[in-house]
Design a protein around this ligand. Structure first.
Ligand code: GLY
Ligand code: MN
Ligand code: MN
Length: 451
């Protein structure tokens, strides 16, 4: 166990007290267990479920937090052979000192559980099965059972607005993510494959004892929104899209996209589209203020993007009408961003319950169906702002809208996809772009790419 990870025991105790008070019943939260890769003993690196991490602060495989009148962690006792393969286990006494919470053997847990014990179903079915066996009722990731709704809402209420400890984690993730993007820009040359750039980016994270918060996207096919293939050869004249974010040792996520020219210079069409996406991002960041509904941040980006595409002759018509009738969505088919925290799409394990304010539901309009957040912003919330412009062949093949000038679009054929994404903390005064150190203007990017 890596007990060198610094834990803010006071902040964790305050989180637990808050969640317990809002939940109003005992709550059982699982850390989860290492998942097998190819056979049981060959596992993926362990990462605790985020609700557990939020309340305990550490990755304890197989452990549970029980929030009742005597909150404690219940952990599996080491097997006699574990010392041989994994070294001496940290004693429960040392774990308790580190965590600031009693740690007890797992076999004492079941007797403390009852029909009113709430839980949350993790995405991993094995842990759901373990929770179901402990609680004697179904626990499924697709649904939050009625008895568990109060816990879900208590956790959402706490995790939505980041406390000072969480903000430190997000800043640490942003700093490492910035280093990764700088390294990626510097490592870019025609003739290398995308995985070379990916390796340079992820090396910066590994050097800090960190990993990635999600599968890195490093691709000259920016039009594939989540392209996780890394074999593409980079050509002079390509744009490279890199969507890479750190996960700190404590589990906090960064999520940043930059798009840069392989040769270090944007050519005319690339520059024109890049400026349009940059203006859309700036408009959205300006709009991301406390009290503003996040859907209006999306619409600020949509309006600026539409204005830019009209100015370039790609779209024809009145900007407000083009926005109201979703015409921009042929080129910007996703939402402008999402919550970020311990999960890159924070609390998406709870579906739209976290992202959508009570009473609001996801729209099925083409421009809004992938909007993952629709709440009024408040100080302490952290969101991504990530507009883009993509020419997705499968999408454009269906587009018969005469307001999209297909002839004019041909002049922009060298632009497959551009996304610009930053992580933004909402403050009492407005907002702070946590990832602002990463080159973003054309001049900054051109000065960095290639070394
Ligand atoms: N990297 C995933 C996203 O931007 O949402
Ligand atoms: Mn994102
Ligand atoms: Mn991203």
């Amino acid at each position: 166990m890596d007990t060198t990870l610094e834990i803010d025991r006071e902040a964790l105790a305050a989180r637990r007290a808050r969640v317990a008070a809002h939940c109003g019943r005992p709550a059982l939260i699982a850390a989860g267990a290492p998942l097998p890769r190819t056979y049981t003993a060959n596992t993926w690196p362990f990462r605790a479920h985020s609700h557990f991490l939020y309340l305990v602060g550490a990755h304890l495989p197989g452990a549970y937090l029980l929030l009742d009148d005597d909150p404690a962690v219940y952990a599996p006792e080491p097997h006699a052979d574990d010392a041989l393969w994994h070294g001496a286990a940290t004693t429960f006494g040392d774990l308790a000192l580190w965590l600031g919470l009693p740690v007890r053997p797992l076999h004492f847990l079941e007797e403390r559980l009852g029909p009113m014990t709430a839980t949350l179903p993790p995405a991993d079915p094995r842990t759901c099965d373990a929770l179901a066996a402990l609680l004697g009722r179904p626990v499924r990731p697709e649904t939050v059972a009625h008895v568990d709704e109060a816990l879900a809402d208590a956790i959402i209420g706490a995790r939505l607005v980041h406390d000072a400890y969480a903000q430190r984690g997000l800043r640490e993730a942003a700093e490492a993510t910035a280093a990764a993007h700088l390294a990626g820009m510097r490592a870019t040359h025609a003739g290398v494959r995308a995985w070379t750039v990916k390796a340079a980016m992820e090396a910066e994270l590994a050097r800090r004892g960190m990993g990635t918060a999600y599968g890195s996207i490093v691709t000259p096919h920016g039009e594939v929104l989540h392209d996780e293939a890394h074999h593409h050869l980079l050509h002079d004249g390509d744009l490279l899209l890199a969507d890479v974010g750190a996960e700190t040792r404590g589990g906090w996520a960064g999520d940043v996209t930059r798009t840069w020219p392989v040769r270090g210079r944007f050519e005319g069409a690339q520059k024109a589209i890049y400026e349009v996406v940059l203006a859309a991002q700036a408009a959205a960041i300006d709009a991301a203020q406390p009290g503003v509904r996040y859907r209006d941040v999306h619409l600020a980006a949509a309006r600026a993007l539409t204005e830019g595409l009209v100015a370039l002759g790609i779209l024809r018509g009145d900007v407000e009408t083009l926005v109201a009738e979703d015409v921009y969505a042929w080129f910007f088919p996703h939402g402008v961003g999402h919550l970020i925290g311990l999960d890159v799409h924070d609390m998406e394990d709870l579906g739209d319950r976290a992202g959508y304010a009570p009473g609001l539901a996801r729209s099925d309009r083409p421009s809004l169906r992938y909007l993952r957040l629709d709440r009024d912003l408040a100080p302490g919330m952290a969101v991504t702002i990530e507009p883009g412009f993509y020419q997705v062949p499968a999408l454009l093949a269906r587009c018969a809208d005469p307001r999209v000038d297909r002839g004019r679009l041909e002049a922009f054929g060298s632009v497959r996809g551009v996304r610009i994404e930053d992580d933004v903390l909402i403050t009492a005064q407005g907002n702070e772009v946590l990832t602002r150190a990463i080159p973003k203007t054309i001049a900054e990017v051109e000065a960095t790419v290639g070394g």
